[in-house]
Design a protein around this ligand. Structure first.
Ligand code: DX5
Ligand code: ZN
Length: 217
């Protein structure tokens, strides 16, 4: 089953609850929450209080993408706030196995992500311990960027690596996912599709944005 994870980064922050409820009503599977610290990425977004607020307005799993340095400092805060999935970047975690274990001990599902130029070898040894790998299909930091076409082959190579483990691990993709790119990356083996602009920026509305993605996948 393909899952659609609307990224609130492209929503109207002045009416965030309404946007998230509209996405849930339109059949979204997860709500993707982009956390940026102005250090690991050149942008600043939101923290645990916003996750606490979102937890009250939706029953969908909150998929929290931590684009922050030393994420281990904040895992407990985000778990307490109601995050269901906590994804950390390999580039920020010298002790990745420990960090992933910490996420499990907090009762959340661990995800690991890697930047476009980071080799898949960086996640090979963590595959037995995670539930999802997020392949960044743009450089993290901003919504509305263009999909990097070589990421399709990267997703296909990751799907092969995962098959060899015999474990069920979701491949999530994030950045530039729209009706023109989702088909090829779904065919390559991605199962969770993050989309901000294509959903919250869709000219006909959120439901139409989600429907267009499902149709094209
Ligand atoms: C980028 C974020 C993405 C972003 C995707 O750093 O991780 O989740 O919101 O936005 P679109 O779908 O507009 O590329
Ligand atoms: Zn993201």
């Amino acid at each position: 089953m393909l899952k659609i994870a609307p990224s609130i980064l492209a929503a109207d922050f002045a009416s965030l609850g309404i946007a998230v409820q509209a996405a849930e009503a339109a059949g979204a599977d997860y709500i993707h929450v982009d956390v940026m610290d102005g250090h690991f990425v050149p942008n600043i977004t939101i923290g645990p209080p916003v996750v606490t607020a979102l937890r009250k307005v939706t029953r969908l799993p909150l998929d929290v993408h931590l684009m922050i340095e030393a994420p281990e400092r904040y895992l407990a805060d985000f778990a307490r706030a109601g995050a269901d999935i906590l994804t950390v970047h390999v580039e920020t975690c010298p002790h990745l196995h420990r960090t992933v274990q910490q996420i499990r001990e907090l009762g959340a599902r661990p995800g690991v992500t890697l930047n476009p130029a980071t080799s898949l070898e960086a996640v090979r040894e963590i595959l037995p311990f995670v539930d999802q790998i997020l392949v960044m299909t743009v450089n993290p930091g901003f919504g509305g960027q263009r999909y990097i076409p070589t990421m399709t082959a990267k997703v296909a190579r990751l799907a092969t690596m995962i098959r060899d483990t015999g474990r069920a691990i979701d491949i999530e993709v994030d950045g530039g996912i729209d009706h023109t790119t989702i088909g090829e990356v779904a065919a390559a083996g991605a199962t969770i599709f993050v989309a901000g602009t294509a959903i919250f920026g869709h000219p006909d509305g959120i439901a139409e944005g989600i429907a267009a993605l499902r149709a094209a996948a």
